[in-house]
Design a protein around this ligand. Structure first.
Ligand code: PMP
Length: 430
């Protein structure tokens, strides 16, 4: 097989005829496959059914300190949940607030509080002419949706395999007082599966923001979501680094058990400095009497401790590793010989990021859709849904069964080849 870039006009035309025939066959299969969202599959959810047995009508629902979990109270979460989630987040229990069922909700609340009331006595963002956030791209669409909703201007910063372009981050953050935050997924990032290098984390901790109320929104959603036992990414701990750098209040760190137990029925948490915690608690006390302590206790009884959680994550990995490997195998089998596309090979997380030749992503996703394969919308990984290169496509391998995933990827690579070959032929003809 020749690389597309080396093909003559005739060779490209022949290739397109052959690909169109394959594409038509797929369309005739009338499939309905979905690789759009990073949802765990049924077998993964089954792993956590023990949560349903962890508590029953005979159970003693009191915490270690005697608090009755069935009743009101305990604003920041029960101690044993802080110990468990603290171990998961690599933070001390006293730096943690346990929230409800969603970390995204906590992120939204954090932006909302800064918007209406300001951070630690600073001017509320709603009273400022301009508020901006840095957005490493490609990134997580729901982060961008939050900042867009509040009318915050989003500025793209390119991702590298080591994390965001830190020269750019440092330059912007130190020179522009209207830049109030940055969205980060520091480990097994969404969508590339990259983990920030030690140097990147340290440079984050040493930032000298022009704005006193600048905060790093450190969404460590995939902190223990490894695919391999012997090949795991390691991330240095940001709160500790910020403290060492004399910047203790610089970061809000988020996490949840969404992709550990049940998404939407897990527990979420925030870890930050004691100063930030006081600021947040002053608001939180007006918002709720306390979150779902029964669910917190259920999670603690189910896992026991962090070792229980890590053993549980190995079972997830056994289910989803073959799916990641199938995606990579098919991309390599079908696209490497043609010399088109680039993709990431993550050691964990939920996604593989695919970069199509410039200007092709939308057409590929449309073509796949018409053959019964739903992908994440092209552009979704960028603020305002605008990918300046129309290139990035997020692949979410976890939800479909392995046979369905293989079929979906067979179709996907035909769509990539057909779109790329058609574009190249048009370019030759010009
Ligand atoms: N952050 C990231 C980076 C995610 O990928 C996801 C899930 N797709 C979430 C947060 C959502 O977390 P939660 O369910 O805790 O709201």
């Amino acid at each position: 097989m020749k690389k597309y870039a080396e093909m003559s006009k005739q060779e490209l035309e022949d290739e397109i005829v052959q690909l169109k025939a394959q594409y038509k066959k797929f369309q005739e299969m009338d499939l309905n496959l979905n690789m759009a969202r990073g949802k765990p599959c049924r077998e993964q959810l089954d792993l956590s059914m023990g949560l349903m047995d962890a508590l029953n009508s005979e159970a003693d629902l009191s915490c270690e300190d005697g608090t009755d979990c069935r009743n009101y109270g305990v604003l920041t979460g029960i101690d044993e949940a802080k110990v468990l989630i603290g171990a998961m987040m690599e933070n001390k229990p006293e730096n943690i607030i346990i929230y409800g069922n969603s970390s995204l909700n906590v992120m939204y609340d954090t932006v909302s509080r800064a918007y209406t009331h300001g951070i630690m006595g600073n001017t509320p963002w709603c009273k400022l002419d301009k508020v901006k956030f840095l957005c490493p791209v490609p990134g997580y669409d729901r982060h961008f949706a939050i900042t867009e909703y509040f009318g915050i201007e989003m500025i793209n910063v390119d991702m590298t395999p080591e994390g965001p372009d830190m020269d750019k981050v440092e330059e912007l953050v130190s020179s522009d007082e209207s830049i109030k935050g940055i969205w980060c997924v520091p480990k097994y990032s969404n969508p590339q599966g990259y983990s920030y290098s030690d140097d990147t984390v340290r440079r984050f901790a040493r930032l000298k923001p022009a704005a006193k109320d600048f905060r790093i929104f450190w969404d460590n959603a995939y902190g223990i979501h490894h695919l391999y036992d012997n090949n795991q990414d390691y991330l240095i701990e940001i709160l500790e680094e910020c403290k060492k750098a004399g910047n203790p209040d610089l970061v809000y760190k988020f996490a949840s058990t969404s992709k550990i137990t049940f998404p939407g029925s897990g527990i979420a948490a925030l870890a930050t400095s004691l100063n930030n915690l006081d600021d947040i608690k002053a608001q939180l006390t007006n918002q709720t009497i306390g979150h779902d302590k029964v669910n917190q206790l259920r999670h603690v009884r189910f896992f026991g401790d962090i070792n229980g959680m890590k053993a549980h994550m190995r079972k997830h990995a056994e289910i989803i590793r073959p799916k990641f490997e199938a995606v990579l195998e098919i991309l390599d089998r079908d696209l490497t010989p043609c010399g088109i596309g680039d993709w990431t090979k993550p050691n964990g997380g939920y996604f593989i990021s695919f970069d199509a030749p410039e200007g092709c992503a939308k057409a590929i996703v449309d073509r796949a859709k018409k053959a019964g394969v739903t992908m994440t919308n092209a552009g979704a990984t960028y603020p305002y849904k605008k990918d300046p290169h129309d290139s990035n496509i997020r692949i979410a391998p976890t939800y479909p069964s392995l046979p369905d995933l293989r079929t979906a990827m067979d179709i996907f690579t035909v769509c990539v080849r057909l779109t790329a070959a058609t574009k190249m032929l048009a370019e030759i003809a010009e």
